[in-house]
Structures are given as structure tokens and as C-alpha cells.
Ligand binder design. Sequence first.
Ligand SMILES: O=P(O)(O)O[C@@H]1C[C@H](O)[C@@H](CO)O1
Ligand code: HPA
Length: 298
Amino acid sequence: MHTKGGTECCCSFEDYNQTTEWLLSRTRHRPKIAVVCGSGLGLLADRVINKQTFPYADIPHFPVSTVPGHEGCLVFGVLKGKCCVFMQGRFHLYEGYSLCKVTFPVRIFKLLGVETLIVTNASGGLCPDFKVGDIMLIKDHINLPGFAGQHPLCGPNDERFGIRFPCMSDAYSKELRKLALDISHELDYTNFVREGVYCMVSGPNFETIAEARMLQILGCDSVGMSTVPEVTVAKHCGLRVFGLSLITNKVSLDYSREERVNHEEVLEISKMRAEHLQMMVNTLIARTHLLDEGLNTN
Ligand SMILES: O=P(O)(O)O[C@@H]1C[C@H](O)[C@@H](CO)O1
Ligand code: HPA
């Protein structure tokens, strides 16, 4: 822990370096793409070959997963010819971790040489057009905890990672979203692929009806309890970001409705759609070089 200017940071540059060195000395993989698997979506790492798995508990300075549906393993390997690293399980603010810990892996990815971060999550649908099982390409986000000062970049800025005042108006790569839309057409997924704005709340409770109505008025298409801190830190350190949100439930906006959302239902829907998500992510990974080469994807 180091303190500067009265604000506490729980992770020092030395911590990030130690973890990076620990991993680099144990794997020959040098990933350019990192994938964060959301609730019940650990299966996204299933098709990886030459797999090397590190339980979070073994990795210095890494937090451990405490939520069902988050396995708690870092998986290195090759997918569609691309060297990747997958987080099977992420960390959430509501688990009691500081946002510095929640986003710790993102800076490790940066130091490992990763250039593209793919984030996935489960969320509740607020847009009336969304159905359970839809996959939402994240176009933008609202950092609700950030408005209240729960922000991963609060505290002394480490210029080795990025600038003090990063721009977030282009947080989600337009090129990757376009590529994903093309892929959804090719795979004939268009009847369940959407685009929208994701809003992060801290959780752990699901929203009240008044809160849900407020979020809808604010322009949120879906609501979840993660992703935004990771994306913010990734943009800060110059990673290209792509995000997919699986709509696992419709958020209740009506006092007369009897349905009650629960985590088991979230995991059930994640399981049901995981293969489609996997197909989209794998195809996207297979084609990321087209963007680097500036080629048209069609
Ligand atoms: O890690 P994600 O954002 O996919 O997890 C969602 C939000 C909560 O952690 C949990 C609620 O069921 O799923
Ligand atoms: O309805 C929801 N609200 C918040 N987080 C969620 N994660 C899955 N569904 C939801």
C-alpha cells in the first residue's frame, strides 16, 4: 500500500511489476488479446489450445473470486491462431474489493503486452425492445458509482499507465463494434444482437423499481454490477476495448409485475447463450488483425 497526497492506493507499481514478472516467468504465452468472462461465461475460454491455467489464489497480489459463476482462473493459450489470456471470473466492488483491486488484472494485461481487451457481462435489460437472451454490443456506458467518487482512477495518477484526465467519449472501439455487427449478420444472429448503453451500479442488490425507472430515463439500455471500472482503466492505459453484455433478465419497471430476479436465473441464461457468445467472441478474435492491417472486414 502507498499513500500520496492523502489518498490511499492499494496497488503500487512494484505490485503490478511483481505479478507481471511472476506470470512471464511461468508462461511462454505473450497475449495480445485479453477477455474478461462475466457471470456464468467462463466457458468462453473452452476452445483455447496449449492452455495454461493459473488459479487466482496462486498469483501474487491477485484477488480471489467469491461469486458463484466466476471460476477464479487466469487462462493463457491460443485461440484461432491468436495468443490470448482469459479471466474466468472477475472482481466486483460489492465483494468488498477496492476499485484498484477490481481493475488490477487490466494493468497486468497492459504490462504483459495486451493491446485489446474484450469484456463480457450479464446484465438486466431496461430497453423495452430487449428480450432475455439478447446480446448487447456495448456502445457506451454510464459510470454511476464514478459520479459518487467510486472511481478507479481517483487518487494519485501514475503517468506510467496514462494521463490524469483521460477521454472516455470513445471508450468502446467503433471498429470492433462494426466488425462484431458484420459477424452477427454472417452468423445469422441479428434477431438477438443489439447495441446499447450499459450502466454500472455497485450492487449487490438488484434495482428497486424506482431506481430502474430512473436509469431508463437516464438513457441506460441495460444495468449491471461490473465492467465500467475495467474499461475505464483499460482506456486510461491505451487498450482498445470491446464489450458484450448478455441480457439475462428484464428489469422490473412495473409495480404490478410478480417476477423477481435472482442470480441463479442470471447463471441459467448465461449458460443457455454462452455458445452464441463464444462463437461471436472467437470469430472476432480470429479477425482482429484485419483492423490492425486497416482492411475492410467484408
Ligand atoms: O460479472 P457480471 O457483471 O457478469 O455479473 C453480473 C452482475 C452481478 O455480479 C451478478 C448478478 O447476478 O451478475
Ligand atoms: O438486473 C440486473 N441488475 C444488475 N445487475 C445485473 N446482472 C444481471 N442482471 C442484473
